[in-house]
Design a protein around this ligand. Structure first.
Ligand SMILES: Nc1ncnc2c1ncn2[C@@H]1O[C@H](COP(=O)(O)OP(=O)(O)OP(=O)(O)O)[C@@H](O)[C@H]1O
Ligand SMILES: [Mg+2]
Length: 410
């Protein structure tokens, strides 16, 4: 079968030399029984290629089982792959066949193979070398005849160097390496893929076809596509469903493509697709806030260390820390006034137990509450009694400010 036929049969779109080369290798290696290690970025088409190899092999009438090694917990992966005997571990009420038994005379696709635990790697190597394996909890050697196709989007050899992946297994799996090019390496295919996907989705959703204006084609082609074909497919689907104007301009397209300048944060998406991103936005926001807090805490700790553990003097010099400390801390009822800064006993200070000292060895104390009411008064004065702005300045919510005003009888 020539490359063109293979593309047609498996729905592969693209005409770049790198893609054609990958198809050639797949079709040449398919009829042999060699193990293949497919590498390529996430969403580049590794699984598609595993199907090509199985379907073009003599095993095509046998089973094809795809296993995502990264998704199976370490405690159960051996039993899933190799089966187990009844009673071999708590909860093993029945004996169970493993994938290697079920896929006998077929193909197993081990996706994210780099995630396999070392113990499982040893069992896998034995199957590759002799076809032999043991069910978990059994000492009876079983035989199976399975072709292994593995895939990874990380550099497995790097794992070998770090002792996380067996070198012998690496060479055994990698008998034939098959590298699937990333989408940014085959820019000429981007528009072809988009056209095909948008036509398919227009059919599926019975919506009018999508046309890209020339500037939109430019943007589409030059984007880096970190999520590769899968990402392109998702974006084509979003546009098909959401875009009212079926003639898509560059400006409209930009609303669907994450912003490449700066961080990998999702860009502001146009209003229609906003819902898809709010959850992620919130997560990012929470993570950033956490990071900010960590940085502030580190700064505070560093200052305290610099001041020989004198927390009180650091906080007195840097009242902003007091706000930050208080911002998210809801003290239990009745303990609102128990938050005091304690001066460590200087006779006793060693350099690495500031916190123990802060808590236990008190000589002199300075009430945070006093500082706090001072700051609140100042903030209210500065903002002429406008609570909203005072709260903003203090870094607390308006509700918290209101509560504190009542508590402190200001
Ligand atoms: N050349 C191609 N032509 C058409 N569709 C493709 C092509 N390559 C990949 N796809 C489609 O892109 C999507 C992602 O492909 P696939 O699942 O094979 O990627 P993957 O490399 O296994 O990703 P991951 O690393 O995340 O598991 C699938 O829907 C697949 O059908
Ligand atoms: Mg995959």
């Amino acid at each position: 079968m020539d490359t063109q036929n293979i593309k047609q049969r498996f729905g592969i779109i693209g005409n770049s030399p790198l893609l054609n080369r990958a198809i050639d290798i797949a079709s040449q290696v398919a009829p042999t029984d060699m193990s293949v290690l497919i590498t390529g970025e996430s969403g580049s088409g590794k699984e598609v290629f595993s199907h090509i190899i199985h379907q073009m092999s003599v095993r095509k009438h046998g089973a094809f089982i795809a296993v995502n090694c990264g998704a199976i917990p370490e405690g159960t992966i051996d039993s899933e792959l190799f089966g187990h005997e009844k009673g071999s571990f708590t909860g093993a009420h029945e004996a169970r066949k493993g994938y290697f038994e079920v896929a006998n005379s077929g193909t197993i696709f081990l996706d994210e193979v780099a995630e396999l635990p070392l113990g499982t790697q040893a069992r896998l190597l034995r199957i590759l070398e002799s076809g032999e394996y043991l069910r978990v909890g059994s000492s009876k050697v079983q035989k199976t005849d399975v072709r292994i196709i593995a895939a990874t989007n990380v550099d497995v050899y790097n794992r070998v160097k770090n002792g996380k992946f067996r070198e012998d297994l690496y060479y055994r799996l990698n008998t034939v390496p098959l590298r699937i090019p990333a989408l940014h390496e085959r820019k000429e295919d981007v528009f072809l893929l988009f056209r095909k996907f948008s036509a398919d989705f227009s059919d599926k959703y019975r919506s009018p076809g999508i046309q890209l204006e020339p500037d939109a084609v430019q943007i589409l082609t030059n984007y880096s596509w970190p999520g590769n074909v899968r990402q392109l497919k998702n974006i084509a689907e979003q546009i098909c469903v959401l875009e009212k104007d079926r003639n898509v301009t560059g400006q409209a397209l930009l609303g669907y493509i994450p912003n490449e300048t700066g961080s990998n944060l999702p860009m502001t998406i146009n209003s229609q697709s906003k819902e898809d991103f709010t959850e992620r936005d919130i997560l990012y926001k929470v993570l950033f806030d956490m990071k900010k807090d960590m940085v502030e805490l580190k700064k505070l700790v560093a200052e305290i260390i610099q001041h020989g553990g004198n927390t009180a003097s650091v906080l007195a010099d840097n009242p902003q820390y007091i706000n930050q400390l208080y911002r998210d801390v809801e003290l239990p009822a009745g303990h609102e006034h128990a938050f005091t800064i304690q001066q460590p006993n200087s006779n006793n200070s060693s350099n690495n137990d500031y916190f123990a000292q802060d808590v236990e060895e008190v000589e002199e104390s300075l009430s945070l509450i006093d500082k706090e009411s001072d700051l609140i008064k100042k903030a209210l004065k500065k903002h002429k009694g406008k609570r909203k702005f005072a709260a903003q300045e203090l870094g607390i919510s308006e509700r918290t400010l209101y509560r504190k005003i009542k508590e402190l009888s200001l």
